[in-house]
Design a protein around this ligand. Structure first.
Ligand SMILES: Cc1cc2nc3c(=O)[nH]c(=O)nc-3n(C[C@H](O)[C@H](O)[C@H](O)COP(=O)(O)O)c2cc1C
Ligand code: SF4
Ligand code: SF4
Length: 442
């Protein structure tokens, strides 16, 4: 059995699964229940200045049969009194001394930062997370993502916090920025102990077509919200990897965004995260999902021979690089398994209308299409569209002996410079004639 315990920038936790700062960490009651269910840590719902909330607060993207493929919220930081939260942090730590309780904070002035950092330290928090990510409401008041989008301000405020912090400080980043590595490096320069990402993405999830207002509608009006849940995972994974690969960004990373299974968590860890945080999946399914996350990750680590989480962190990073480092000689072609095919012909339509006209229809009355090998560029589209698992697979066609990259060709001055150049990529690809389109006219 693998050792799932972590020491994240000095914050110890029995496993890498933490609740993200959000409604599931709004109270001691919830955090206690979560720890009993198996969560290793909890980042408390952000504490800070007094606020007022609106109703309603959430909108969702329900994609076909999937409820909450993406979640949007316009809620602010905690609306509970600071003294109640501090008292509950203290109580939870008494019951769970070996679990991680991290206080998320958001205030404005240097004096306020000093005060609140000391308050949560006195309450017994194991760490602090600085919320520089909230992209609605709080940013209009100069906090949240307004700080995360200004690396110099972020660095200044991290510096204020470090003046009094005696426990590890995690800087939570906003994805609402062109280059996530800029605030990440500002966190390093400010003296932070770790970073976490991502907070929510500025979004309008949908419009109410009757009231002409964005959802969630608040008395006939709306605003942009923060987007999260499964839909944002690809963006969060990419940003995690970008931070992990940035030279000089040597801080531990807590990965957040769309995590709902052990597989999602494993992906973040392999791309450089050493703890993960979950919000939407818990709001959707409850604390119990952590049991499958723990057992699944444990099994996977045993299977791959990872004794500790640290052994696993960043293991995918050597395989991720810029486009120019990919092997141009690698060649795959689609293959249809006729025994599995149900004859829906979605692959034909996708390839003919949306790709490279490399799938032919049968003329013998059957419905199983065929791949026209010489036209297939190996784009993958048909295999993604096919509703039958493993019916269309991509087959390797190069012999594996050649490895040439755009980077190499550039160094050797061998890149095509005109479209007539025989080395130019699309020069020999088949495309039907313009008139061929006329045969579809009714
Ligand atoms: C309703 C709601 C409230 C949130 N409140 C906070 C907050 O107070 N502080 C914070 O740092 N992040 C807050 N978040 C962002 C989450 O902590 C997390 O970064 C984001 O939801 C992405 O994770 P997920 O895809 O697992 O939901 C909130 C998210 C939601 C949905
Ligand atoms: S999409 Fe898949 S199942 Fe449908 S015709 Fe193509 S190969 Fe067959
Ligand atoms: S891989 Fe792309 S080009 Fe090849 S058959 Fe499928 S959709 Fe067409």
């Amino acid at each position: 059995m693998a050792d799932l315990s972590i020491n994240f920038a000095g914050i110890k936790s029995p496993n890498p699964f933490w609740l993200a700062s959000a409604p599931p960490t709004n109270s001691g009651y919830q955090v206690m229940k979560a720890f009993d269910a198996g969560w290793g840590g909890a980042v408390w719902k952000t504490l800070g200045v007094p606020i007022m909330n609106v109703s309603s607060r959430y909108g969702a993207v329900n994609y076909r049969d999937t409820r909450i493929a993406g979640l949007n919220n316009i809620e602010l930081i905690t609306d509970r009194p600071l003294k109640d939260n501090l008292k509950e942090i203290e109580e939870v730590k008494k019951y769970f001394p070996h679990h991680a309780v991290i206080a998320s904070l958001m205030v404005e002035s240097r004096a306020e930062w000093h005060q609140i950092v000391q308050d949560v330290q006195n309450a017994g928090a194991d760490g602090i997370e600085l919320n520089f990510g909230c992209p609605h409401g709080m940013c209009e008041r100069g906090m949240g993502s307004a700080v995360g989008q200004e690396p110099e301000i972020l660095k200044l405020i991290v510096g204020w916090v470090m003046e009094v912090a005696k426990i590890p400080v995690i800087v939570k980043l906003t994805p609402n920025i062109g280059d996530i590595t800029e605030p990440a490096m500002a966190a390093v320069e400010g003296g932070g102990n770790a970073i976490s990402l991502i907070n929510t993405i500025k979004s309008i999830v949908s419009l109410d077509l009757d009231s002409f207002a964005p959802n969630p509608v608040v008395d006939g009006r709306g605003t942009n919200g923060g987007y999260c849940g499964p839909a944002v995972k690809p963006i969060a994974l990419h940003m995690t990897r970008e931070c992990a690969q940035t030279p000089g960004m040597n801080l531990p990373i807590s990965g957040i965004g769309g995590i709902e299974s052990w597989r999602d968590a494993a992906e973040f860890i392999l791309l450089g995260a050493s703890s993960v945080q979950v919000c939407t999946a818990v709001m959707h399914y409850g604390f119990g999902i952590v049991r499958e996350m723990i057992s699944g990750l444990d099994r996977y680590m045993d299977e791959k021979g990872f004794a500790t989480i640290n052994d696993m962190v960043g293991k995918a990073l050597p395989n991720v690089g810029e486009w120019k480092t990919l092997n141009l000689k690698h060649k795959v072609v689609a293959n249809i398994n006729a025994d599995k095919c149900v004859g829906c012909q979605l692959c034909y339509i996708a390839c003919d209308d949306g790709a490279h006209q490399a799938i032919g229809l049968p003329t013998d009355g059957s419905r199983v299409p065929h791949i026209i090998d010489e036209n297939c560029v190996g784009c993958n589209l048909c295999s993604l569209v096919c509703p039958v698992e493993d019916c269309i697979t991509m087959e390797k066609r190069d012999d594996g002996t050649q490895h040439v990259t755009w980077e190499q060709l550039t160094h050797e001055d061998k890149i095509p410079t005109t479209f007539d150049d025989p080395r130019a990529g699309g020069a020999h690809h088949y495309v039907p004639s313009v008139q061929d389109a006329l045969k579809f006219r009714k």
